[in-house]
Every structure is written in structure tokens, then in C-alpha cells.
Design a binder for this molecule. Structure first.
Ligand code: PLP
Length: 355
């Protein structure tokens, strides 16, 4: 058995994968593959409707927000957020907490002025800056809720006088969030919600239509809202698997229940890292992510043999990102705590052998 700690694409529940694979052959007894039915068929429309309702229910999305399933990944949203929300000649504020935040702010520069209000670049993004002012004259402030590469997470969202735009790609549906505090939330599905190929967008309707610029149809949230995420052919498979994953989450007790599990999962793993003399956590304690746990070894020469032992025990995907090194255990919603105990056992066994 494999224990999948991969950062992205991340682990999906086994029963979801099983149902999805069956649907590829025969979708709900239609005698057709999910991949060959029309996206305008009543069968697929029911899938999309259910996916949207599940997002609304699981995240308590208030009235006045639209839920979209789009293509192009979170990276496309780096551009679409300013395209749709930043007026000509306007300004947007960005908090730079990693490579993804940096990519987002670079895209915004195509559309207007960008003010980087805080950055932790000088510390290789090992912490989340909290001491900054939000410029009242900016159209929005952009944040990244979880920094996948560095294992830092914004534990508490702040209240803001201007709309908050948030990249939640790597911790969407892992914890309770008050959607009303945000103007726009977006997340590539492939970490905590489904397969690559679809991006969730939750946008506050009354922020739209104010830029004064013409926006091509596919890049315009308004067109996508009017088309019900079907202005063009949607990624049916990715939406279907996301819907199944959201259903799985609902059956588990929804976001509050998974949040409790995630708290426990992260706690036991960080406890072992802090206790075990061979390992050291990378992120500032108060900003430690409950989704991506980054750690290095006090003696880097031991990293290769540790990785080898971990792989022998069925652990996959724990090699750290090249810009951080060491290890990254991604412990997304679908990873059972039993897999974390397997990792902990390997860490203890390795420490015992290398006393
Ligand atoms: N934002 C965050 C926080 C990410 O972790 C990633 C990918 O890992 C991205 C954005 C980019 O997502 P995509 O590959 O869907 O464009």
C-alpha cells in the first residue's frame, strides 16, 4: 500500500477514484462514458448543479456570490482577478508570501499599479508577514492562504476595508472560512478538491463590471456566470471527480469535521519533527501549515538514506520543493492519519538507527 504525501496533484479518496473510473466506462447506467456524453445533457447538468450546490453548502456561500468551475488553473486566475477587478489606472495591493504570490502580482502588473504591502522574501518565505497597512485606495488586496512550497499558512484571515482576493489552491475545504470576508476566492482543484483541469472561483457579484475595460468572453467572470460555467465545453471529468470529492467530504461531516482531523494530523506530525533530534521544521511556528509540512534534517547527508527508507515503506511524494530542500509531507484532506503514523514510525526507526 502506498501513502501519498504528494503536494500537487494531491491524494484523492480511494472510493472517489473507484467511482470515477467506473464512470469513464459507463456513466450512471447511460451506457456511455462520462467522457463522451454531451455536457449539455441532463445527466451532466445534474453533475455541475450538484458540484455548485455542494460548494455553496460546504462553504456556506452567502447570497450575492457566484460559484464557477473554470479552466486554466490557478495561474490563469492570477491574471483574471486583476483583469476583472482592477480598473484602468487603478491599484491593487499584494502580500508576497511565496513564488505563487509573486507570480500573481506579476500578472496584475499587466493591468494596473501593484503595491506589495509586505513580503517575506528576505527569509525565503519561511513566515507570513502580518504587520502591514491595507491601502484604502487599492481595489483589492491579494493574499495566498497556504503557501504550498514553504509550508506556511495564514492561520487567521484579517478584516479588510477593501475586498480580499485569496488564492486558496492548497487549503480549500480544509478549514472553515467565512466567505463573506472575501471578494474573490480561487483554487486550482488538484490539491484538496479534485483532479487538475478545473479551478474553483467564488466571486462576489457586485464587484464585477467596474473596470471600464472590455474583457474577452472566456476571461470575463460575468460571461462565465451567465453561461453557468458552460460558456464553452467544460472539463466534465475534472468537475465530476471534484463533485464526488465534495460529496465524500460532506459525508465525513463537512468542513468543520475535516478541520478537526486536519488539526490532529498536523499536530502529531509536527510533534514528531520537534521531538526527533534528526529533523527540523522549516516554517515559523505560528505560521506552520496544516496542509504542507516542510522539514529538513540537521545533517543533510542523512536525507537520501531517509528518503530511501521512507520509499521502502510505501511513502511517496515527500521530497521537498527544490527551493526549500529537505522534505514536504502534504497532508491533504484525503490522507488518512494512519499514513501519517507510518511516516512517524519511519522517522523514529531512522533516528534509532542513526543515534
Ligand atoms: N497557487 C498555489 C498556492 C499553488 O500551490 C499552485 C500550484 O501548486 C498554484 C497557485 C498554481 O496552480 P495551477 O497549476 O493550477 O495554475
Amino acid at each position: 500500500m502506498k501513502h501519498n504525501f504528494g503536494a500537487g496533484p494531491g491524494i484523492l479518496p480511494h472510493e472517489v477514484l473507484k467511482q470515477a473510473s467506473e464512470a469513464v466506462i459507463d456513466f450512471n447506467g447511460t451506457g456511455l462514458s462520462l467522457l463522451e456524453i454531451s455536457h449539455r445533457s441532463k445527466e451532466f447538468e445534474a453533475v455541475l448543479d450538484e458540484a455548485v450546490s455542494l460548494v455553496k453548502e460546504l462553504f456556506n456561500v452567502p447570497e450575492g456570490y457566484s460559484v464557477l468551475f473554470l479552466q486554466g488553473g490557478a495561474s490563469t486566475q492570477f491574471a483574471l482577478a486583476p483583469y476583472n477587478l482592477l480598473p484602468e489606472g487603478g491599484k491593487a495591493a499584494y502580500v508576497e508570501t511565496g513564488v505563487w504570490a509573486n507570480k500573481a502580482l506579476k500578472e496584475a502588473k499587466y493591468f494596473g499599479e501593484v503595491q506589495v504591502v509586505a513580503s517575506s522574501k528576505e527569509a525565503n518565505f519561511t513566515y507570513i508577514p502580518k504587520d502591514f497597512e491595507i491601502p484604502a485606495d487599492a481595489s483589492y488586496i491579494h493574499i495566498t492562504s497556504n503557501n504550498t512550497i514553504y509550508g506556511t499558512q495564514l492561520r487567521e484571515f484579517f478584516k479588510s476595508p477593501i475586498p480580499v482576493v485569496c488564492d486558496m489552491s492548497s487549503d480549500i475545504f480544509s478549514r472553515v472560512v467565512n466567505v463573506a470576508d472575501f471578494g474573490l476566492i480561487y483554487a486550482g482543484a488538484q490539491k484538496n478538491m479534485g483532479p487538475a483541469g478545473v479551478t474553483l472561483v467564488i466571486v462576489k457579484d457586485d464587484l464585477l463590471g467596474k473596470t471600464g475595460r472590455k474583457i474577452p468572453a472566456m476571461f470575463n467572470y460575468q460571461t462565465q456566470i451567465e453561461g453557468g460555467s458552460m460558456y464553452n465545453t467544460p472539463p466534465v471529468f475534472a468537475i465530476y471527480v471534484s463533485m464526488l470529492t465534495l460529496k465524500w467530504l460532506k459525508a465525513k461531516g463537512g468542513v468543520p469535521a475535516i478541520e478537526q482531523e486536519n488539526i490532529t494530523k498536523a499536530r502529531v506530525l509536527y510533534e514528531e519533527i520537534d521531538r526527533n533530534p534528526l529533523f527540523k521544521a522549516v516554517a515559523a511556528i505560528e505560521d506552520r501549515s496544516k496542509m504542507n509540512v516542510c522539514f529538513v534534517m540537521e545533517n543533510p547527508e542523512l536525507e537520501k538514506p531517509f528518503l530511501k527508507l521512507a520509499e521502502e515503506r510505501g511513502i511517496v511524494g515527500i521530497k521537498g520543493h527544490r527551493s526549500v530542500g529537505g522534505f514536504r509531507a502534504s497532508i491533504y484532506n484525503a490522507l488518512p492519519i494512519s499514513s501519517i503514523y507510518v511516516l512517524i514510525d519511519v522517522m523514529q526507526e531512522f533516528a534509532e538507527k542513526n543515534k
